[in-house]
Design a protein around this ligand. Sequence first.
Ligand SMILES: *Cc1c(COP(=O)(O)O)cnc(C)c1O
Length: 442
Amino acid sequence: MAARSEELFKRAVKRIPGGVNSPVRAYGAIGETPRFIDRAEGCYIYDVDGSRYIDYIDSWGPMILGHNFPLIREAVIKACEKGLSFGCATEIEVEMAEFICGHIPHVEMIRMVNSGTEAVMSAIRAARGFTGRSKTIKFAGCYHGHSDALLVSAGSGVMTSGIPDSAGVPEGCTKDTMTAVYNDLDSVRKLFEQAPGKVAAVIVEPVAANMGVVLPEKGFLEGLRELCDQNGALLIFDEVITGFRLAFGGAAEYFHVTPDMVTYGKIIGAGMPVGAYGGRKEIMEMVSPSGPVYQAGTLSGNPVAMAAGLTQLKYLHSHPEIYDDLEKKGKKLYGGMEEILKKTGKDYQINHISSLGSLFFTGQKVKDYTSAKTADTNAFAKYFLGMLGSGIHLAPSQFEAMFLSAAHTDQVIEETLDAVEKYFREENKAFRQDELKGHADE
Ligand SMILES: *Cc1c(COP(=O)(O)O)cnc(C)c1O
């Protein structure tokens, strides 16, 4: 059924580490061959073997309007006709910056880069340059890209500071990174006490979406704002996933908490490689060439990427009903899944907010990395394969979000819910048969 994908994967592993250009694509947690994708349209993705799936990866977020959105495709084609890159200043970069700053009050200046990783790495450098301090506080289970200093507890629940998660990252690179517990203000307070006057910034995913979806508890983000103010540190919201998704103004708008800086990626490029960081003018003016914090990029603000991103942002801004619609669709899908779990007698957890959601295979409430890690990843893998068999394309990891887009219709959501229900009913049946068999053997 996936013969062509299997053949491609065999070729890929010979020449690309693990056969993929980003690890989660490898289906490593699932023990299957990844599906190689040929094309996508709306909420559907088509693999090279001709199978069609309802897609809940949405390129990990950028496709908030659905795949291959005609307006964006046309804008890209038009931009391509003028040349792919000039390495010089262009009008569309100014338009992009003006559009974002004009509609997001806490972003007074912004710099374009090429990925979320770059955005976060650069934002932290700017925060350090601005405060003259070197330490940063991040949260276990929050992912901020793969730059050296941030590969700490991007995958481990231990609350130690400065132990790298990845080989090849010297301890020197991570010694200034301190790790707190998500939704635990005391853990942040303690870190501030350990390093008085040394913390440049607290960086957080305002809704964590890289340990599965974990919502900020009431008062958490407000508490971070207060702690940063008391300690003279900057608050950075990593809105690479939440930006332009929860609301046009991201989580900051959704939760009414104002960060000093924000980082964007994913949606801001509409599928092209784009990231950005921005914030208060006095901070951003530290960045080169107006200030001493060096940061550069040959392809930054690329005209084709800007055409895609700006078209998407303008469309989202002029169609605010999309955000209400995503709220409704999220309630329908994730609420529907909750109902099914109840009906089939599972005490698994569903965390969700607007278009983002995760089904955790655990009975424990998931509010931080430690509780997220209680999820049964084998049960997830079985579920993932069951859903794939029903034509539903989920992220191949327990610790990734589901992404709804504007292109997921009510009917598609109902189809998805039918598949989920079928899966859990059959799973219950298989379980009972195993039990009966067990008795017969005795
Ligand atoms: C995806 C992601 C990043 C990294 O972005 P890339 O474009 O993959 O480098 C950073 N922060 C968050 C919250 C992300 O989800």
